[in-house]
Ligand binder design. Structure first.
Ligand SMILES: [Zn+2]
Length: 255
């Protein structure tokens, strides 16, 4: 179920990155698909979220409708209390509220896990253990270059965060993320650390190196960097299969 999972006992903060196994979805969504709710069977996605919630021993798992922007959504006590097992489907389920449109989530509510869904894009998880504040960020190429990581750090600081730690999940690596030369040059202009070349010698973008640089600039160290989704078959990869499901980066404050 997980490629990485940290024990919340030590710091009071839990961190997990799921892989594709351990769920009930089939075909390109096999098996632990936590996204693509418009295409996968609703019942399968709900069951996958139920397994995630049970396994993490959290009360709720909150997701957002990701649009490659820089909006940070806060999960409040009220929102957490209103969560139901079909909430992750958004308005794909009858009578359900649409998901908040955002690419980062922050919360201080214990037991309310927040998750970012990805398949090659970079999931970044942030925690300020002393102030009991956590955040999850969807940092694909567009979001990273637009400053979604900085926006999330600012949102945490505004809520009193002191020392922050970061975890970077599975993502398409700089050796594999081939892009047109003009796109690579544009990225390197905004964030020089993203400059990379594929193993076959063409222009590429290194999303993780870019995020590490942004975090370092803010005085934030990285505890963990996940593997490459394109070359590790345990993960959904949009580049490998455009119909692929979604894994998640999940962070929560222990109850
Ligand atoms: Zn790779």
């Amino acid at each position: 179920m997980y490629g990485f999972r940290s024990d919340p006992a030590a710091t009071g903060i839990g961190v997990a990155f799921t892989h594709r196994w351990g769920g009930v979805s089939e075909g390109p969504f096999e098996a632990l698909n936590l996204g693509r709710t418009d295409l996968d069977h609703s019942a399968s996605v709900v069951e996958n979220f139920a397994r995630l919630r049970d396994s993490l021993a959290v009360d709720s798992v909150h997701v957002v409708h990701q649009v490659h922007g820089t909006t940070v959504h806060e999960v409040t006590t009220e929102e957490a209390a209103g969560w139901s097992p079909t909430s992750p489907l958004g308005d794909g389920a009858p009578g359900q509220d649409p998901l908040p449109v955002a690419d980062a989530v922050v919360t201080g509510v214990p037991g309310a896990a927040i998750a970012i869904r990805v398949a090659d894009c970079l999931p970044v998880l942030l925690a300020a253990p002393r102030e009991r504040l956590v955040a999850a960020v969807h940092a694909g190429r567009v979001g990273l270059l637009s400053g979604v990581v900085q926006a999330t750090i600012e949102a945490m600081r505004r809520r009193g965060a002191g020392e922050i730690s970061a975890w970077i999940g599975p993502h398409i690596c700089g050796d594999c993320y081939e892009v047109p030369a003009t796109m690579a040059a544009h990225a390197a202009e905004i964030l020089p650390a993203t400059a990379a070349r594929t193993t076959w010698g063409t222009p590429a973008i290194d999303l993780a190196a870019g995020a590490v640089a942004v975090l370092a600039e803010a005085g934030i160290g990285v505890e963990h960097v996940g593997p490459c989704t394109r070359t590790d078959p345990s993960y959904f990869s949009h580049r490998s299969d455009p119909a692929a499901g979604r894994q998640a980066g999940v962070i929560w404050i222990a109850r």
